[in-house]
Write a protein that binds this ligand. Structure first.
Ligand SMILES: Nc1ncnc2c1ncn2[C@@H]1O[C@H](COP(=O)(O)OP(=O)(O)O)[C@@H](O)[C@H]1O
Ligand SMILES: C[C@@](O)(CCOP(=O)(O)O)CC(=O)O
Ligand SMILES: [Mg+2]
Length: 387
């Protein structure tokens, strides 16, 4: 039986980085996913005794003989119901197993993802052979939460096969796990994010697991129901960056200037709380929608200013801000910053001609623009007998 899973990426409307330091953040899922297909019982003679990871869009394949994994990692084994952090000893050993794969120079960024894959696979499935095929609609390392959606999707597929969660959906149709099962997925995915990010807040894996829109603060999640559908333009500056390094940079700045940075984080906390309140205010007519969008824009602008204070903006992000400002639109970076993606609120009454003009100007800089559906479903699973 083949198990497939898909988990969405996300945008952060307010609170990135500050959320790592205990402030609230508001985040929503987007309709771009990491898709995992898990085939645990290979045909005899094919992949016999191997754990295989195929990264379909990147056209790379990695494999490990299960015998060798058992030999190198004798203390690890399946414990699907007990999410736990990778021990320092296993860290070193898994790191050696990833190094042996001799990643091409241009793809070394994938090492942490492959590491997380091995840790999650063995922790949930043990040393059973299997083939895992991953594809993604999300640009990797651009602030749209590809790392979290990768971990959530892998964990969903592994748990679905482990017997610790129920495969209750009909064959060939997508279904959602029960709430307590999603909590288990989220805990494991957080352990994967720790491997990729170093010190994640947990907001990305939480919104990818549960979907919709959430406010997140110190591990606590509150579901938000926005009273208006938000239309967001996402501009990918295509400037590569790495979340782990950016998060570490903000922490270093915070240790150099503890009081000033504490005030910045407190200000972000207030912005996220106010944003959450405004998003949920009932709307009566077009005027109240416009007022609401103006307030959201202002809060996004304030958050962007504070992200500049944290040192995570970038010339490419500033270039996007300048273009959208010419059209009286507000933007902020989303995710870790340092390049990556920028979010622009598109007010309901904005004409499509203006949207086309903004996109054309941004694309003339070599940026890539798309409009995202915000606040869709979280992790979903599908099983089939066909393969
Ligand atoms: N589909 C995928 N296949 C393999 N690794 C992935 C995949 N998606 C994400 N990753 C891992 O996550 C890293 C990007 O995570 P990160 O720097 O947090 O950026 P973001 O989460 O914003 O995309 C990649 O370099 C890789 O290690
Ligand atoms: C910067 C941060 O707030 C969000 C990072 O998101 P992304 O990996 O850039 O998509 C880190 C975190 O919350 O774990
Ligand atoms: Mg990430």
């Amino acid at each position: 039986m083949e198990v497939r899973s898909r988990a969405p990426g996300k945008v952060i409307l307010s609170g990135e980085h500050a959320v790592v330091h205990g402030s609230a953040a508001v985040a929503a899922s987007i309709d771009l996913h990491t898709i995992v297909s898990f085939l645990p019982a290979p045909a005899p003679g094919v992949d016999d005794g191997l754990i295989v990871l195929e990264l379909e869009d990147i056209r790379l394949e990695f494999s490990w003989p299960t015998g060798r994994l058992k030999e190198v990692l004798p203390d690890m084994g399946p414990a699907p119901s007990s999410p736990q952090a990778c021990s320092p000893e296993s860290m070193e050993l898994i790191s050696g197993l990833v190094d042996e794969q001799n990643l091409p120079e241009a793809k070394v960024g994938l090492a942490s993802g492959i590491f997380a894959f091995l840790y999650l696979y063995i922790s949930i499935q043990g040393f059973k052979p299997g083939r895992v095929v991953v594809s993604s609609d999300l640009p990797l390392g651009s602030g749209l939460g590809s790392s979290a959606s990768f971990c959530v999707s892998l964990v969903g597929a592994f748990l679905a096969r482990s017997g610790s969660v129920e495969l209750r959906g009909q064959q060939n149709s997508w279904f959602r796990f029960a709430e307590n099962e999603l909590e288990l997925v989220n805990k494991w995915a957080f352990e994967g994010e720790k491997i990729i990010h170093g010190k994640p807040s947990g907001v990305d894996n939480t919104v990818s697991t549960f979907g919709n829109m959430i406010m997140f603060r110190s591990g606590e999640l509150t579901h938000i129901k926005s009273s208006v559908p938000l239309k967001m333009l996402i501009t990918n500056t295509k400037v590569p960056r790495n979340t782990k390094a950016l998060v570490a940079g903000v922490s270093e700045r915070a240790s150099r200037h503890p009081q000033a940075m504490a005030s910045v984080f407190t200000a972000v906390d207030s912005i996220s709380k106010e944003l959450s309140t405004i998003l949920q205010l009932p709307v009566i007519d077009d005027l109240s929608i416009t007022e609401k969008e103006e307030k959201i824009s202002e809060l996004m602008e304030m958050n962007q200013g504070l992200l500049q204070c944290m040192g995570v903006s970038h010339a490419s992000i500033e270039a996007v801000l300048r273009v959208t400002m010419k059209f009286k639109l507000t933007s902020k970076l989303t995710g870790a910053g340092g390049g990556g993606c920028v979010l622009t609120l598109l007010p309901t009454l904005l004409s499509s001609t203006v949207v086309d003009k903004v996109m054309a100007e941004l694309e003339s800089y070599g940026f890539q623009c798309f409009i995202a559906e915000v606040g869709g479903r979280g992790l979903e699973i599908c099983s089939s007998d066909s393969s």
